[in-house]
Design a protein around this ligand. Structure first.
Ligand code: BES
Ligand code: MN
Ligand code: ZN
Length: 499
């Protein structure tokens, strides 16, 4: 979809449709008031009649409004002005975009970005509008034999900013939104692809294609090289599958040579059957999404490169399948990680931490400014935080605060859980340095406590995205989260690094 930024009055816009908001109790927004004046009170007459009361989600499409050069005016209800916050703004834009697409209106100019959203400014509103619009228009029909009917298409969206002096800022915000949206699309596509196509080697090839397109350095290690490194924990998971593993190393060098990189580590299990600790059959198909951490690292790095962030970013992706077989991990097996620490595998379904721990050790060689890992790690996180917030755990409070803030700015929130030493007690093993599970209580925290044992040499945070990376049910599909959070985090780091 083409996105444009424009300034200028709504009554002067030509084209198919102008969109303006009405607050609850028939209170016109600024843009609606201008339209009302230009049309000689046409809107207020309609409002008085009660055809549009401003309730959230309500819409009214008007044709040939007097005094307007455009073909249509779409009024959209915004709800109470006092309660108009992030969610209401995003819901409004999403609703408008869906309605335009469903009605077959090919092009529209939105007078929504200057609506008074609590604690937000114009730049935020433009970026969010772009992200939400691209998100709403997303389709995944690559696996259908014929593409679904798409005769109706929304070709172009123009976002109006109030003043000419705000055009440049609007353009910059739109560019940021488009980079985030493109990263999210990559992440969603990879997540939605089935496990028989999106295998570890396919994921690696997609990473290579993205890296080459964006000018990012890439190295893909195959089994022999991973063995040589000594990633015994990662390999113990990979061994159960006929699909060979890959270890993907991406290096985006946007910052000064001596600047320490931010390292992103993504869980890349392309299918998680549970292994010998086999999962129950219901909804097991959703375990094709167990590589969404990896996909979000690719999406975020793509956006960082597109935005030319002056920052060094390394991406590390251990990727394999978790399958039962004669060579698979068995409960009770003891494996030796790259760090030298030994692990008793009490449950083969706690495989994410087994592949991540070796990647965390590998991260040390980059002398990172910080390391953030992203993983669909625990079902317990869905119980704790639902599908709203990603779980956040960290060994450094400053880093945790940065991520919390980035999530808030990006409307892609995370919520911190404690990582006190007390929880590590649950990982004690009679036979190895640690067990790979800590029992049912606080499952998200004990998973992070396990990872923390491999992240002692640098500032580290962990995002558990089990509840946020995809949706189940009739809207089943990848969400592209937490790409917005990660891009905001990286952008803020870049800002600070370049003074
Ligand atoms: N990939 C799963 C976590 C998961 C489960 C994500 C459901 C989204 C939905 C992970 O590998 C796993 O199986 N975790 C186990 C850990 C347990 C064995 C300690 C879990 O959460 O049940
Ligand atoms: Mn598992
Ligand atoms: Zn898993």
């Amino acid at each position: 979809m083409e996105i444009g930024i424009k300034s200028g009055s709504p009554e002067k816009q030509r084209g198919a449709c102008v969109v303006a908001g009405i607050f609850d109790h028939r209170k016109p927004s600024l843009a609606a008031e201008i339209i009302d004046q230009a049309s000689g009170g046409h809107l207020s007459a309609i409002l008085r009649r009660g055809d549009m009361d401003g309730k959230p989600g309500s819409t009214l499409l008007l044709h040939d409004v007097p005094g307007m050069l455009c073909e249509r005016v779409l009024l959209v209800g915004l709800g109470k002005e006092r309660e108009f916050r992030d969610k209401q703004y995003r819901d409004t834009v999403r609703g408008v975009v869906r309605l335009l697409a469903d009605t077959g209106i090919a092009e529209a100019t939105l007078y929504l970005t200057d609506l008074p959203v609590k604690k937000r400014n114009l730049s935020w509103a433009v970026e969010q509008a772009v992200i939400v619009a691209e998100e709403a228009m997303y389709r995944f029909d690559r696996m259908k034999s014929k593409p679904e009917e798409t005769s109706k298409q929304l070709r172009k969206l123009t976002l109006a900013v109030p003043r000419r002096g705000e055009l440049a800022m609007g353009e910059a915000a739109a560019a940021r939104g488009q980079a985030v949206a493109a990263g999210m699309k990559l992440t969603r596509d990879l997540g939605n692809l089935p496990g028989n196509i999106c295998t570890p080697s396919y994921l690696a090839e997609q990473a290579r294609a993205m890296a080459e397109e964006m000018g990012i350095g890439i190295q893909i290690l195959e089994r022999a090289a991973i063995e040589k490194l000594g990633m015994g924990s990662f390999l113990s998971v990979a061994r159960g599958s006929d699909e060979p593993p890959r270890f993907i190393v991406l290096e985006y060098r946007g910052g000064e040579k001596k600047q320490k990189p931010v390292v992103l580590v993504g869980k890349g299990i392309t299918f998680d059957s549970g292994g010998i600790s086999l999962k129950p059959g219901a909804e097991m198909d959703e375990m094709k999404y167990d590589m969404c951490g990896a996909a979000s690292v690719l999406g975020a790095m793509r956006a960082a490169a597109e935005l030319k962030l002056p920052l060094n970013v390394v991406g590390l992706i251990p990727t394999c399948e978790n399958m039962p077989s004669g060579r698979a991990n068995k409960p009770g097996d003891v494996v030796t990680s790259l760090s030298g620490q030994t692990i008793e595998v009490l449950n083969t379904d706690a495989e994410g931490r087994l592949i991540l721990c070796d990647a965390l050790t590998y991260a040390e060689r980059f002398e990172p400014a910080c390391v953030v890992d992203i993983a669909t790690l625990t079902g317990a996180c869905i119980i704790a935080l639902g599908h709203v917030a990603s779980g956040l755990l960290a060994n450094h409070d400053g880093l945790a605060r940065e991520l919390l803030h980035a999530g808030d700015e990006a409307c892609d929130r995370c919520w911190q859980l404690p990582l006190w030493d007390d929880y590590a007690e649950q990982l004690k093993s009679n036979f190895a340095d640690m067990a790979n599970i800590g029992g049912r209580p606080a499952g998200t925290i004990t998973a992070a406590a396990f990872l923390a044992k491999f992240a002692q040499k640098y500032d580290w945070a962990h995002l558990d995205i089990a509840g946020t990376a995809w949706k189940s049910g009739k809207d089943k599909g990848g969400t592209g989260r937490p790409v917005p959070l990660l891009v905001h985090f990286l952008a803020k780091r870049a800002e600070k690094a370049s003074g």
